[in-house]
Design a protein around this ligand. Structure first.
Ligand code: HEC
Ligand code: HEC
Ligand code: HEC
Ligand code: HEC
Length: 284
């Protein structure tokens, strides 16, 4: 049942989901079965790419912690508005049919292996999509206890770092991502609020303010009075005025926000993604 059924069939639609029925959590057998022990690869369902021997724990943790979307999903959702794909004349045109994309949650393995997952929208710049280069490799167990999932600190990290707690890791190492996230959100809001009707290139875009509520799916909401607070943070208040450019930037912000350990899992990648979206919005 559950994870074990997935390991046997490879099918992500589980016939007997134990969590839904009994709320058991992940049993010992999920990770210590013969099927789990013989697993040597992780396939990213989004990009279709396969990582061979990613590490003793990562080969298990990565089956789940890989997100459920990749940059291709964003383009699929944009094609709901522009079936042939967008181009220079449609990139800043609103379509109510463009759906926002949710990367899903805590996709740590996808961040560590960004070159294969391509979880963020990299605008075709392959220098962005690089794997983590943290010494010790990308196995989750290098930094997390495989059972409690707690982050290790102290002697495990020495002599390279001296950390006294997980909060200390945050304080010392998480220096860039929160500021970049805030800058991207501001740039997103400015872009959406721009009411340029027709510029020199003939691009049109109506004013349609957008608000983020990181605690309520689908996260992006209408904001009629442009006060940056969602009018109605439920699915009926969902933002419906995406342009292709906006859909990509909003997706990248969620990729970063939905991995609270992004600064540790692949800081260089997260920084580059956020910056690429800021730069792309500013091209408008
Ligand atoms: C999320 C996956 C996962 C779950 C669930 C899990 N384990 Fe583990 N366990 C691992 C990994 C990864 C290792 C390290 C590699 C190995 O030894 O196979 C490990 C190692 C072990 C070890 C040997 C090393 C150690 O930490 O002592 C024991 C014993 C163990 N697990 C028992 C259990 C028991 C009992 C449960 C259920 C209460 C359990 N595990 C649940 C992933 C898991
Ligand atoms: C069967 C799927 C699955 C596997 C395998 C799995 N996880 Fe998770 N993990 C989840 C889900 C789902 C959550 C979110 C649970 C929640 O929000 O209550 C989670 C949450 C977490 C958290 C956050 C816990 C917190 O306090 O918020 C960490 C850290 C984590 N997992 C690490 C790991 C590591 C390390 C491994 C491998 C040893 C692993 N997970 C294997 C599905 C999985
Ligand atoms: C280089 C060290 C490192 C590696 C390798 C690493 N992590 Fe993390 N992880 C961290 C740190 C540090 C945090 C942030 C913890 C915090 O601030 O509470 C974190 C946070 C997380 C979280 C979010 C917990 C939360 O608060 O919601 C999850 C889930 C997670 N890691 C899973 C994984 C998985 C799965 C792997 C392997 C695929 C992995 N990590 C590999 C260091 C690491
Ligand atoms: C063998 C040396 C070494 C060990 C051991 C080590 N690190 Fe690192 N770590 C580095 C280097 C080198 C960097 C990148 C340069 C920098 O920012 O300091 C780094 C960066 C980081 C970052 C910032 C993210 C990034 O990509 O720059 C975090 C978070 C981190 N380490 C957590 C840990 C944790 C937690 C442990 C212990 C479980 C640990 N490290 C063990 C060498 C190490």
């Amino acid at each position: 049942m559950g994870f074990n059924e997935f390991l046997i069939t490879g099918n992500r639609t589980i016939v007997n989901p134990p969590l839904a029925v009994n709320n058991y959590g992940i049993s010992c057998y999920a990770c210590h079965s013969l099927e789990a022990a013989s697993k040597t690869t992780v396939k990213f369902e989004g990009s279709g790419q396969v990582v061979d021997h990613p590490g003793v724990a990562s080969v298990i943790c990565g089956q789940c912690h890989q997100g459920r979307a990749w940059q291709g999903t964003v383009d699929v959702n944009i094609k709901k508005g522009y079936p042939a794909g967008d181009n220079a004349t449609t990139i800043d045109k609103i379509s109510s049919k463009i759906a926002s994309t949710n990367p899903h949650y805590r996709a740590a393995f996808a961040a560590l292996k960004a070159a294969e997952s391509r979880i963020g929208y990299d605008y075709g710049d392959l220098t962005i999509a690089v794997d983590s280069t943290h010494p010790g490799g990308t196995d989750c167990m290098f930094c997390h206890n495989q059972h409690s999932t707690e982050v290790k600190f102290g002697s495990n990290c020495q002599p390279c770092h001296v950390f006294t707690s997980v909060a200390d890791i945050e304080a010392k190492m998480n220096k860039f991502i929160p500021a970049l996230e805030a800058e991207l959100l501001l740039t997103i809001q400015q872009y959406a609020a721009d009411n340029t009707t027709l510029d020199a290139a003939g691009k049109t875009k109506a004013k349609a303010c957008i608000a983020l509520n990181n605690d309520a799916n689908p996260y992006w909401f209408k904001d009629a009075n442009c006060d940056t607070v969602a009018d109605n943070a439920t699915s009926s208040g969902a933002y419906k005025s995406f342009t292709p450019r906006l859909a990509r930037a909003c997706y990248n912000l969620l990729v970063s926000l939905k991995d609270p350990g992004g600064f540790a899992h692949n800081e260089a990648y997260m920084k580059a993604l956020l910056q690429a979206s800021i730069d792309n919005l500013r091209e408008y």
